[in-house]
Design a binder for this molecule. Structure first.
Ligand code: IPE
Ligand code: IPE
Ligand code: MG
Length: 257
């Protein structure tokens, strides 16, 4: 049984450096081109009526890259947000971030905050940049928050459940602070042929479909996205159940044992 279009797509935009190096250029050339592609894919996802798009923009571990590359990426991000803000508003796209944005340089942080603010009234697609983001760090943060509550006597260890932990993650914060519900991604796309998550949405990806495309991110376009959607539509999402169970009409009760 096929599945319809994904409501939430998350993309690991990878391969900028290799794309530039293949052309004998500096890695930054690939990032420049990659930012342009990101803009096109954001628009195309919004046109397709996607509810949520999450882009892995900069990982916790990316801070360890050479200072020159990190500085370039920060400047590029700042410029991208400044330029794209009006377009996001025009397309009704709501902007959010997950990750430790306190580590961003103040000028970049200001552009991030301003973009969140400027799109606060938008009711279309929720666009989330994973920025200075690491899935493990996020889970550690949630564990600390729960431990603090336990220390204060606000909860008992035995009461901790999945929902509670989820709500302390960065994605849960969006619900608390902004009333936005960040759903688990239905489809995660990674470009450049690498088949790993690289610390992206570790908790939320438990049942995501993973699509690896060999194309390098600067060459990615709407036709690649279409291929990923077509592939997704052929998946059977069983969430641990059997095929016969998920094929049953949703309103049909499960047979009693
Ligand atoms: C993805 O491209 C962009 C970021 C991680 C910021 P890379 O810069 O990782 O490019 P490759 O993987 O080295 O080719
Ligand atoms: C993941 O790509 C991070 C982003 C795309 C922002 P990396 O290029 O950093 O991941 P690894 O090092 O190949 O696993
Ligand atoms: Mg890479």
């Amino acid at each position: 049984m096929g599945t319809s279009n994904p409501a939430h797509v998350a993309i690991i935009m990878d391969g900028n450096g290799r794309w530039a190096e293949l052309r004998g250029k500096n890695r930054t050339f690939g990032h420049l081109r990659g930012a342009r592609v990101a803009r096109e894919i954001i628009e195309s996802c919004s046109r397709r009526g996607l509810k949520q798009l999450t882009l892995y923009t900069f990982s916790t571990e990316n801070w360890l890259r050479p200072l020159e590359e990190v500085s370039f990426l920060m400047a590029l991000l700042s410029r991208h947000l400044k330029r794209e803000r009006a377009n996001l508003v025009k397309n009704g796209i709501r902007f959010q971030t997950i990750g430790d944005i306190d580590r961003l340089p103040a000028s970049v942080r200001a552009e991030v905050d301003e973009t969140i603010r400027a799109t606060e009234h938008c009711t279309g697609m929720l666009l989330t940049f994973a920025l200075s983001y690491g899935g493990r760090q996020d889970i550690v943060g949630a564990a600390k928050a729960l431990a603090r509550k336990a220390e204060l006597g606000l909860l008992r260890a035995d009461d901790i459940n999945e929902e509670m932990l989820s709500s302390e993650l960065q994605t849960g914060r969006m619900a608390r602070e902004y009333g936005l519900s960040f759903s688990d991604p239905d489809l995660i796309v990674r470009t450049s042929g690498e088949s790993r998550l690289s610390n992206f949405l570790l908790w939320q990806s438990a049942y995501s479909e993973l699509y690896i495309d060999s194309v390098l991110w600067p060459d990615y376009d709407d036709s690649h996205l279409q291929k990923a959607f077509d592939w997704y539509s052929q998946r059977e999402r069983r969430f641990g159940k059997t095929s016969a169970q998920v094929e049953r009409h949703p309103h049909q009760p499960e047979p009693s044992i």
